[in-house]
Design a protein. Structure first.
Length: 553
């Protein structure tokens, strides 16, 4: 199962690398300290015309190291065919500072008998301390990374390598090693370089990145017991050569631990990563399974149940019984009372992708140049209408006295792929007599909406979501039963009360849900570029082409 699929292009990978890794990592690396180092030098004999001695068992201890003028900078970030990524950071012209302690046995030469060999004195232990500041013209740090899913999203840090060529050892001036340059100086240089290279660069990288990526599941928590599943979906992660990442996310949601199970298990196609020249960071597909899951969780939570009293309406008479006694004689015994409307879905509404026709402002603007002004004026009365079938549109066009020869032009401009939602509702009118078992009138309502104005925004619990509005296409009411003796169940009564009391209040509940929206997976400290995202409805999914902003820039 994968209800959401994502493709991140090279531009997006570079952006995430810069913000996820480089910005924080550089600051963290600046504070790192090289580990202590012990250097076994060995020994040597020094002999010139004025001085002769030897030193044995020379050991140098480098401790309490720190880096000075160490300002690492980002060099490059590259994706490799294997799915690994290589981050390169470099620092130039810095020094390390250590406490240098050297211990060795010191021997002086005694003159031997004439014609014999000289002898060495009894060894004198030496223990000297100095400051030590080796200079580094450059350090190049290569950090291999891998994006994985192991019961949770993570960026795995592989073994970093540090290269420090051409180090200048700067052996302390009073060190015993000043008497023997060559190989001993070389040993100190190598040891100093290996000490800096041995800094545990991987641990701070893991700490920095792990917490951010681990927050992806939290971006699916809408609060109130509604949680979306952003674990890895079918087929896992795919790496498209060196140009991007593709992944599927399970999606779906749960309410108080009970998981949504829709009619069909989605397996969305994987988007193609945005091209290297595309400024967008990612392409995301969101199936209607995610929208159905939102309906289901709202239904389970009772957030689509609506109670309407007369006092809630701008015109309270809409729910006063006396308003209807002239058409429904059976209501006269209750004419002094008001009704309470209770609305609740029979089941969670369901969505489907299909062709729709919507006369939006943009469509009407395009038609100004394609229709005679007389025809456009006739059509203007239908602006804002939405249709789930071509026949219903043509019925209204005929009613507006528009010639059938203009139908094709209008239909071509108004046609698009849309997401249509069907709801079946209980509509119960209870007469407020404040007596046991008050009389009631039960209807059922079927309504069809088109999701419109798709956008990205911030929903409940500060989640980033796919949001939408509703454009109602049709509704129909059906009388079910009544405990009012002789009630006829007239269509005029049900349609009037629903249109004026039920529908406006139910639409508020839908608007709240659409404004909350469907959560989208995203890492902590990032947010979608809401204003510049490109959203469209395709056959079977919503396509989102977007960039991402870093919150703490």
């Amino acid at each position: 199962m994968r209800a959401i699929t994502i493709a991140i292009g090279k531009t997006g990978i570079d952006f995430f690398a810069q913000k996820l890794v480089v910005k924080k990592l550089v600051n963290t690396l600046s504070a790192l300290k090289p580990p202590d180092k012990t250097i076994n030098i060995g020994g040597f004999v020094y002999d010139d015309w004025s001085l002769e001695f030897k030193a044995e068992s020379i050991i140098v201890y480098l401790t309490q190291g720190k880096l000075l003028n160490f300002s690492p900078k980002f060099q490059s970030f590259a994706q490799q065919d294997s799915g690994n990524f290589s981050l390169t950071i470099a620092a130039n012209n810095f020094t390390a500072q250590y406490n240098w302690e050297e211990k060795y046995n010191y021997f002086t030469q005694n003159s031997g008998p004439r014609g014999g060999h000289p002898t060495w004195s009894t060894p004198e232990p030496k223990d000297k301390t100095f400051g030590f500041t080796p200079a580094f013209p450059v350090l190049t740090l290569t950090v291999p990374l891998r994006f994985e899913y192991n019961n949770g999203w993570e960026i795995v840090v592989l073994a970093p390598t540090a290269n420090t060529p051409n180090i200048k050892a700067n052996v302390p001036s009073d060190s015993i090693l000043q008497y023997q340059e060559g190989i001993y100086r070389h040993n100190v240089s190598d040891a100093s370089a290996s000490s800096v290279s041995a800094i545990d660069f991987s641990q701070p990288v893991r700490q920095l990145i792990g917490g951010i990526v681990a927050d992806i599941p939290a971006s699916g928590n809408l609060g109130n017991g509604i949680v979306y599943d952003f674990s890895l979906g079918d087929n896992g992660l795919k790496f498209t050569g060196s140009d991007g990442i593709q992944m599927g996310v399970k999606g779906g949601a749960s309410y108080n631990g009970t998981a949504f199970s829709g009619d069909a298990t989605p397996t969305l196609p994987l988007p193609v990563p945005p091209a290297d020249t595309d400024s967008h960071h990612l392409n995301m597909y969101v199936s209607n399974y995610e929208i159905d899951a939102l309906y289901w969780t709202y239904w389970k939570a009772g957030k689509l149940n609506v109670v309407v009293n007369a006092a809630d309406l701008q015109d309270p008479n809409i729910l006063k019984v006396k308003t209807y006694t002239s058409s429904e004689k059976s209501l006269k015994p209750f004419q002094s009372f008001a009704m309470q409307a209770q609305i609740s879905p029979f089941a969670a509404p369901a969505s489907a992708f299909q062709t729709v026709w919507v006369l939006t402002t943009a469509v009407m603007d395009r038609l100004t140049s394609k229709l005679p002004s007389t025809i456009w004026n006739l059509l203007n009365g239908l602006q804002g209408n939405a249709y789930a079938s071509q026949s219903s549109l043509e019925t209204d066009l005929t009613g507006a006295t528009i010639p059938s020869s203009d139908f094709q032009t209008i239909e071509k401009e108004a046609q698009s792929m849309g997401m249509v939602v069907t709801s079946s509702l209980n509509f119960d009118l209870i007469i407020q007599t404040f007596q046991p078992n008050p009389p009631d009138i039960k209807f059922s309502v079927t309504r069809t909406d088109i999701l419109s104005n798709l956008r990205l925004g911030v929903g409940a619990n500060k989640t980033q979501t796919l949001q939408y509005d509703f454009t109602n296409i049709t509704f129909s009411t059906t009388f079910n039963s009544s405990t009012v003796p002789g009630f006829s169940g007239g269509e005029y009564f049900s349609n009037t009360v629903w249109q004026q009391a039920g529908e406006p209040q139910y639409e508020k509940a839908l608007a709240e849900m659409g404004g909350t929206g469907v959560p989208l997976p995203i890492m902590a400290d990032f947010k979608f570029d809401f204003e510049n995202a490109e959203l469209s409805i395709q056959q079977g999914y919503v396509s989102i082409l977007a960039s991402v902003l870093y919150k703490n820039k």
